[in-house]
Ligand binder design. Structure first.
Ligand code: ADP
Ligand code: 5GP
Length: 188
């Protein structure tokens, strides 16, 4: 089978998780790549489904043992990464992994997969709208909200390195547009 991968990256709050969930619903050959992460689990999240939640020490041991294809300290003290074992799990089901990762992680994965990877950058309509979405999501304290917004301003500079940039304004329309892009790339 063709080992093609879909990489979706964006500043936190731009809507990538919403878009990835939509793609998973409508394109059955996609399988979500569950990252390992060292932050604490939020209400409503499931270990092994949203993330493999592990401690910082465990995460650092896995880095030393070269168990990751990519990892980042996305926020100070919070590590996130894709385990080689996760890729084996997905390829063994003859599915195509779809990644929901931060911007630098997305570019690292694009480098890893080369032409077999489709890297899509989800851009918020504006920083003001990003702040509104993060506030409405209700998952952030004032401190983590500002960390995410400051980081977003910097991450927008990386957009031109992706295969496609999609401004996430009209969610339904953009989900359709991205689904068409993905199907075209996977020849389905
Ligand atoms: P990310 O995964 O990039 O951090 P989410 O998918 O969690 O972002 O989206 C952040 C918030 O914005 C969520 O509450 C989501 O429902 C909302 N959202 C996503 N896309 C849109 C959109 N196009 N218009 C308005 N709200 C949106
Ligand atoms: P959150 O804490 O909101 O779930 O995620 C924080 C950020 O980490 C998001 O931008 C998310 O996409 C990113 N992320 C999740 N998994 C990975 C990963 O495996 N690698 C990298 N580099 N970033 C990830």
């Amino acid at each position: 089978m063709q080992k093609k991968a879909i990489i979706v990256s964006a500043p936190s709050g731009a809507g990538k998780t919403t878009i990835v969930k939509n793609l998973l619903r409508f394109i059955p050959s996609l399988e979500f790549s569950v990252s390992a992460c060292s932050r604490t689990k939020r209400d409503g999240e499931t270990n092994g489904k949203d993330y493999y939640f592990i401690s910082g020490d465990e995460f650092r041991d896995k880095i030393a043992d070269e168990e990751f294809i990519e990892w980042q300290e996305v926020y100070p003290g919070s590590y996130y990464g894709t385990l080689k074992s996760e890729m084996e799990r997905i390829w063994s089901q003859e599915k195509n992994p779809i990644f929901d990762v931060d911007v630098v992680g997305g570019l690292n994965l694009k480098k890893y997969f080369g032409t077999e990877g489709l890297a899509i950058f989800i851009q918020p309509p504006s920083i003001g709208e990003l702040e509104k979405r993060l506030r409405n999501r209700g998952t952030e304290s004032d401190e983590t909200l500002w960390k995410r917004i400051n980081k977003a301003a910097y991450e927008l500079n990386y957009a031109p390195h992706f295969d496609h940039i999609v401004i996430n304004d009209d969610l339904e329309k953009k989900c359709r547009e991205i689904a068409d892009m993905v199907k075209h790339f996977l020849n389905i």
